[in-house]
Write a new protein. Structure first.
Length: 317
Protein backbone atom coordinates (compact mmCIF):
# COMPACT_ATOMS: atom_id res chain seq x y z
CA UNK A 1 0.00 0.00 0.00
CA UNK A 2 1.43 3.47 -0.88
CA UNK A 3 2.80 5.44 2.06
CA UNK A 4 0.71 8.43 3.04
CA UNK A 5 2.36 11.78 3.89
CA UNK A 6 2.78 12.82 7.51
CA UNK A 7 0.06 15.46 7.84
CA UNK A 8 -1.28 17.77 9.13
CA UNK A 9 1.41 20.41 9.57
CA UNK A 10 1.82 21.88 13.04
CA UNK A 11 2.01 25.59 13.72
CA UNK A 12 5.77 25.11 14.34
CA UNK A 13 6.13 23.47 10.90
CA UNK A 14 4.47 26.44 9.23
CA UNK A 15 6.64 28.94 11.14
CA UNK A 16 9.76 26.97 10.15
CA UNK A 17 8.82 27.00 6.46
CA UNK A 18 8.24 30.77 6.54
CA UNK A 19 11.65 31.28 8.19
CA UNK A 20 13.42 29.15 5.55
CA UNK A 21 11.58 30.90 2.70
CA UNK A 22 12.63 34.25 4.22
CA UNK A 23 16.35 33.77 4.94
CA UNK A 24 17.17 30.06 4.50
CA UNK A 25 17.64 29.38 8.20
CA UNK A 26 15.12 27.38 10.26
CA UNK A 27 14.05 28.59 13.67
CA UNK A 28 16.26 27.44 16.51
CA UNK A 29 15.09 24.17 18.03
CA UNK A 30 12.46 23.50 15.36
CA UNK A 31 12.48 20.11 13.63
CA UNK A 32 12.79 20.19 9.84
CA UNK A 33 12.38 16.44 9.11
CA UNK A 34 8.65 16.61 8.26
CA UNK A 35 9.11 19.57 5.89
CA UNK A 36 11.98 17.76 4.13
CA UNK A 37 9.89 14.55 3.77
CA UNK A 38 7.05 16.57 2.25
CA UNK A 39 9.41 18.24 -0.22
CA UNK A 40 8.66 21.70 1.13
CA UNK A 41 12.34 22.37 1.92
CA UNK A 42 15.71 20.75 1.13
CA UNK A 43 19.21 21.12 2.64
CA UNK A 44 21.33 23.77 0.92
CA UNK A 45 24.37 21.88 -0.46
CA UNK A 46 26.45 25.04 -0.52
CA UNK A 47 25.67 26.27 3.00
CA UNK A 48 25.62 23.64 5.77
CA UNK A 49 22.80 24.20 8.26
CA UNK A 50 20.84 26.23 5.70
CA UNK A 51 17.80 25.12 3.68
CA UNK A 52 16.15 25.98 0.38
CA UNK A 53 12.37 26.49 0.26
CA UNK A 54 10.46 24.73 -2.53
CA UNK A 55 7.13 25.71 -4.12
CA UNK A 56 4.40 24.42 -1.73
CA UNK A 57 2.04 23.96 -4.70
CA UNK A 58 4.35 21.32 -6.14
CA UNK A 59 4.49 19.62 -2.75
CA UNK A 60 0.69 19.68 -2.57
CA UNK A 61 0.47 17.98 -5.96
CA UNK A 62 2.81 15.22 -4.80
CA UNK A 63 0.72 14.70 -1.65
CA UNK A 64 -2.43 14.57 -3.76
CA UNK A 65 -0.89 11.94 -6.03
CA UNK A 66 0.10 9.83 -3.00
CA UNK A 67 -3.38 10.10 -1.49
CA UNK A 68 -5.04 9.14 -4.79
CA UNK A 69 -2.76 6.12 -5.10
CA UNK A 70 -3.69 5.06 -1.57
CA UNK A 71 -7.43 5.44 -2.32
CA UNK A 72 -7.08 3.43 -5.52
CA UNK A 73 -5.30 0.68 -3.60
CA UNK A 74 -8.00 0.67 -0.86
CA UNK A 75 -10.81 0.42 -3.44
CA UNK A 76 -9.05 -2.50 -5.13
CA UNK A 77 -8.73 -4.25 -1.76
CA UNK A 78 -12.43 -3.73 -0.97
CA UNK A 79 -13.38 -5.18 -4.36
CA UNK A 80 -11.57 -8.38 -3.38
CA UNK A 81 -13.41 -8.83 -0.05
CA UNK A 82 -16.22 -11.00 -1.49
CA UNK A 83 -13.59 -13.41 -2.80
CA UNK A 84 -11.97 -13.54 0.64
CA UNK A 85 -15.32 -14.11 2.38
CA UNK A 86 -16.08 -16.79 -0.20
CA UNK A 87 -13.49 -18.97 1.52
CA UNK A 88 -15.74 -19.22 4.62
CA UNK A 89 -17.25 -22.63 3.68
CA UNK A 90 -13.78 -24.11 3.93
CA UNK A 91 -13.38 -22.88 7.53
CA UNK A 92 -14.86 -25.05 10.31
CA UNK A 93 -17.56 -26.53 8.14
CA UNK A 94 -19.44 -27.82 11.19
CA UNK A 95 -20.20 -24.26 12.35
CA UNK A 96 -23.52 -22.54 11.65
CA UNK A 97 -23.87 -18.83 10.97
CA UNK A 98 -27.46 -17.62 10.83
CA UNK A 99 -26.66 -14.35 9.10
CA UNK A 100 -27.68 -11.59 11.56
CA UNK A 101 -29.95 -9.10 9.82
CA UNK A 102 -32.30 -6.54 11.37
CA UNK A 103 -33.82 -3.30 10.16
CA UNK A 104 -35.42 -0.45 12.12
CA UNK A 105 -38.88 0.53 10.84
CA UNK A 106 -39.54 3.95 12.28
CA UNK A 107 -43.34 4.29 12.05
CA UNK A 108 -46.46 2.20 12.48
CA UNK A 109 -47.19 2.47 8.75
CA UNK A 110 -43.73 1.11 7.91
CA UNK A 111 -44.19 -1.77 10.35
CA UNK A 112 -47.65 -2.66 9.00
CA UNK A 113 -46.48 -2.46 5.40
CA UNK A 114 -43.55 -4.79 6.05
CA UNK A 115 -45.74 -7.27 7.97
CA UNK A 116 -48.24 -7.29 5.10
CA UNK A 117 -45.40 -7.89 2.66
CA UNK A 118 -44.21 -10.91 4.66
CA UNK A 119 -47.77 -12.25 4.98
CA UNK A 120 -48.29 -12.22 1.22
CA UNK A 121 -45.80 -15.08 0.91
CA UNK A 122 -46.62 -16.82 4.21
CA UNK A 123 -47.09 -20.56 3.78
CA UNK A 124 -47.10 -22.17 7.22
CA UNK A 125 -47.84 -20.02 10.27
CA UNK A 126 -48.27 -16.63 11.88
CA UNK A 127 -47.83 -15.99 15.60
CA UNK A 128 -48.85 -12.73 17.23
CA UNK A 129 -48.43 -11.65 20.85
CA UNK A 130 -50.45 -8.62 22.00
CA UNK A 131 -49.75 -7.86 25.68
CA UNK A 132 -51.44 -4.45 25.83
CA UNK A 133 -54.75 -3.72 27.52
CA UNK A 134 -57.68 -3.79 25.05
CA UNK A 135 -58.79 -0.54 23.43
CA UNK A 136 -61.78 0.47 21.34
CA UNK A 137 -60.65 -0.04 17.76
CA UNK A 138 -62.07 1.32 14.55
CA UNK A 139 -64.58 -1.26 13.19
CA UNK A 140 -62.88 -1.01 9.79
CA UNK A 141 -59.55 -1.99 11.37
CA UNK A 142 -61.15 -5.02 13.01
CA UNK A 143 -62.84 -5.94 9.73
CA UNK A 144 -59.51 -5.85 7.91
CA UNK A 145 -58.02 -8.02 10.65
CA UNK A 146 -60.78 -10.59 10.21
CA UNK A 147 -60.31 -10.58 6.44
CA UNK A 148 -56.63 -11.26 6.99
CA UNK A 149 -57.41 -14.24 9.24
CA UNK A 150 -59.84 -15.66 6.70
CA UNK A 151 -57.38 -15.20 3.84
CA UNK A 152 -54.54 -16.87 5.75
CA UNK A 153 -56.71 -19.78 6.89
CA UNK A 154 -57.93 -20.19 3.32
CA UNK A 155 -54.29 -20.74 2.28
CA UNK A 156 -53.78 -23.24 5.07
CA UNK A 157 -51.67 -20.91 7.20
CA UNK A 158 -51.89 -21.52 10.97
CA UNK A 159 -52.88 -18.38 12.94
CA UNK A 160 -52.06 -18.28 16.66
CA UNK A 161 -52.48 -15.22 18.89
CA UNK A 162 -51.62 -14.54 22.53
CA UNK A 163 -53.54 -11.79 24.36
CA UNK A 164 -53.66 -10.13 27.74
CA UNK A 165 -56.37 -11.81 29.82
CA UNK A 166 -58.13 -8.43 30.13
CA UNK A 167 -59.48 -8.78 26.57
CA UNK A 168 -62.07 -11.24 27.85
CA UNK A 169 -63.85 -8.36 29.57
CA UNK A 170 -63.71 -6.02 26.57
CA UNK A 171 -66.86 -6.57 24.53
CA UNK A 172 -65.59 -5.43 21.13
CA UNK A 173 -62.28 -7.31 21.34
CA UNK A 174 -63.94 -10.38 22.81
CA UNK A 175 -66.42 -10.50 19.95
CA UNK A 176 -63.67 -10.09 17.39
CA UNK A 177 -61.59 -12.91 18.89
CA UNK A 178 -64.59 -15.22 19.13
CA UNK A 179 -65.20 -14.67 15.42
CA UNK A 180 -61.51 -15.27 14.68
CA UNK A 181 -61.61 -18.58 16.56
CA UNK A 182 -64.72 -19.60 14.64
CA UNK A 183 -62.80 -18.81 11.43
CA UNK A 184 -60.07 -21.27 12.42
CA UNK A 185 -57.60 -19.10 14.34
CA UNK A 186 -56.29 -20.19 17.74
CA UNK A 187 -56.25 -17.77 20.68
CA UNK A 188 -54.99 -18.04 24.24
CA UNK A 189 -54.98 -15.47 27.04
CA UNK A 190 -52.21 -14.95 29.57
CA UNK A 191 -52.23 -13.41 33.02
CA UNK A 192 -48.50 -12.61 32.99
CA UNK A 193 -46.52 -9.95 31.14
CA UNK A 194 -45.03 -10.91 27.78
CA UNK A 195 -43.42 -9.05 24.84
CA UNK A 196 -45.29 -7.78 21.78
CA UNK A 197 -44.17 -9.55 18.61
CA UNK A 198 -45.16 -11.12 15.30
CA UNK A 199 -43.53 -14.21 13.78
CA UNK A 200 -44.22 -15.32 10.20
CA UNK A 201 -43.13 -18.70 8.84
CA UNK A 202 -40.28 -18.89 11.34
CA UNK A 203 -38.25 -16.52 9.15
CA UNK A 204 -39.63 -13.05 9.94
CA UNK A 205 -39.75 -11.55 13.44
CA UNK A 206 -41.23 -8.15 14.24
CA UNK A 207 -40.51 -6.71 17.70
CA UNK A 208 -40.78 -3.40 19.56
CA UNK A 209 -37.99 -0.86 19.32
CA UNK A 210 -35.94 -1.25 22.52
CA UNK A 211 -32.73 0.08 20.97
CA UNK A 212 -33.89 3.67 20.43
CA UNK A 213 -36.72 4.18 22.98
CA UNK A 214 -36.99 7.90 22.15
CA UNK A 215 -38.34 7.11 18.67
CA UNK A 216 -42.01 6.72 17.68
CA UNK A 217 -43.62 4.32 20.19
CA UNK A 218 -44.89 2.21 17.28
CA UNK A 219 -41.48 1.90 15.65
CA UNK A 220 -39.95 -1.56 15.66
CA UNK A 221 -37.47 -3.99 14.18
CA UNK A 222 -37.80 -6.50 11.37
CA UNK A 223 -35.44 -9.34 12.26
CA UNK A 224 -34.53 -12.16 9.87
CA UNK A 225 -31.60 -13.64 11.76
CA UNK A 226 -32.34 -17.36 11.86
CA UNK A 227 -31.19 -17.97 15.44
CA UNK A 228 -33.05 -14.97 16.86
CA UNK A 229 -36.32 -15.87 15.12
CA UNK A 230 -36.02 -19.46 16.36
CA UNK A 231 -35.48 -18.24 19.93
CA UNK A 232 -38.59 -16.01 19.74
CA UNK A 233 -40.59 -18.93 18.32
CA UNK A 234 -39.56 -21.11 21.27
CA UNK A 235 -40.59 -18.33 23.66
CA UNK A 236 -44.03 -18.14 22.04
CA UNK A 237 -44.48 -21.89 22.42
CA UNK A 238 -43.65 -21.68 26.14
CA UNK A 239 -46.10 -18.82 26.65
CA UNK A 240 -48.74 -20.66 24.67
CA UNK A 241 -48.44 -23.71 26.92
CA UNK A 242 -49.09 -21.53 30.00
CA UNK A 243 -52.09 -19.73 28.53
CA UNK A 244 -55.82 -20.46 28.60
CA UNK A 245 -57.52 -21.36 25.33
CA UNK A 246 -60.17 -18.87 24.30
CA UNK A 247 -62.93 -21.47 24.27
CA UNK A 248 -62.18 -22.60 27.80
CA UNK A 249 -62.00 -19.28 29.60
CA UNK A 250 -62.23 -19.18 33.38
CA UNK A 251 -65.59 -19.15 35.08
CA UNK A 252 -64.43 -19.56 38.69
CA UNK A 253 -66.59 -16.60 39.67
CA UNK A 254 -69.01 -14.59 37.55
CA UNK A 255 -68.77 -11.83 40.16
CA UNK A 256 -65.27 -10.80 39.04
CA UNK A 257 -63.80 -9.71 35.73
CA UNK A 258 -60.97 -11.62 34.09
CA UNK A 259 -58.55 -8.84 34.94
CA UNK A 260 -59.55 -8.97 38.62
CA UNK A 261 -59.14 -12.75 38.65
CA UNK A 262 -55.68 -12.40 37.12
CA UNK A 263 -54.69 -9.98 39.89
CA UNK A 264 -55.99 -12.33 42.58
CA UNK A 265 -54.17 -15.29 41.08
CA UNK A 266 -50.93 -13.32 41.13
CA UNK A 267 -51.46 -12.41 44.80
CA UNK A 268 -52.39 -16.02 45.55
CA UNK A 269 -49.05 -17.11 44.11
CA UNK A 270 -47.24 -14.83 46.57
CA UNK A 271 -46.64 -11.81 44.34
CA UNK A 272 -46.37 -8.53 46.25
CA UNK A 273 -49.14 -6.08 45.33
CA UNK A 274 -46.69 -3.54 43.89
CA UNK A 275 -45.25 -6.26 41.63
CA UNK A 276 -48.59 -7.41 40.23
CA UNK A 277 -48.81 -4.49 37.80
CA UNK A 278 -45.47 -5.16 36.03
CA UNK A 279 -46.33 -8.85 35.82
CA UNK A 280 -49.70 -8.24 34.14
CA UNK A 281 -48.74 -5.17 32.15
CA UNK A 282 -50.94 -2.90 34.29
CA UNK A 283 -50.23 0.32 36.15
CA UNK A 284 -50.16 0.30 39.95
CA UNK A 285 -53.16 2.64 39.93
CA UNK A 286 -55.15 0.18 37.79
CA UNK A 287 -54.31 -2.70 40.14
CA UNK A 288 -55.50 -0.66 43.14
CA UNK A 289 -58.70 0.31 41.30
CA UNK A 290 -59.45 -3.28 40.26
CA UNK A 291 -58.89 -4.58 43.79
CA UNK A 292 -61.30 -1.97 45.13
CA UNK A 293 -63.91 -3.04 42.55
CA UNK A 294 -63.38 -6.71 43.42
CA UNK A 295 -63.81 -5.98 47.15
CA UNK A 296 -67.04 -4.16 46.42
CA UNK A 297 -68.28 -7.04 44.23
CA UNK A 298 -67.86 -9.67 46.95
CA UNK A 299 -68.55 -7.46 49.97
CA UNK A 300 -65.01 -7.53 51.37
CA UNK A 301 -63.64 -4.61 53.37
CA UNK A 302 -59.94 -5.37 52.93
CA UNK A 303 -57.67 -7.15 50.49
CA UNK A 304 -57.11 -9.83 53.17
CA UNK A 305 -60.85 -10.52 53.32
CA UNK A 306 -60.98 -10.56 49.54
CA UNK A 307 -58.17 -13.12 49.38
CA UNK A 308 -59.87 -15.24 52.02
CA UNK A 309 -63.07 -15.21 49.90
CA UNK A 310 -61.03 -16.07 46.83
CA UNK A 311 -59.37 -18.99 48.59
CA UNK A 312 -62.73 -20.41 49.65
CA UNK A 313 -64.12 -20.14 46.11
CA UNK A 314 -61.06 -21.84 44.69
CA UNK A 315 -61.40 -24.68 47.21
CA UNK A 316 -65.09 -25.07 46.34
CA UNK A 317 -64.34 -25.09 42.60
Amino acid sequence: MPDLPDLPLSSADRETYRAVASDGAPLDGHDTARLVDLGLIAPNPDQPGQFIAHDPRAAAQRVLAQAQAAITHAVACMAELPAVEGLAPAYDQHRWYSGPVSELLQTRDEMNARIQQALRTASSEMWTAQPGAPVDRDPDVMRVGMERVLELRGRGVSVRSLYNVAVRDHAATSGHLTAAVEAGAEVVTLEEAFPRLVIIDGTHLFIDNCVRPGDDRDSGWHVTDRATVAWAHALCQQLWARGTRWQEGDASSGMLTERQKAILRALEEGEAQHRVGPRLGLSERTVTKELAAARAAVGAQTVYQLMAWWGRRQAEG
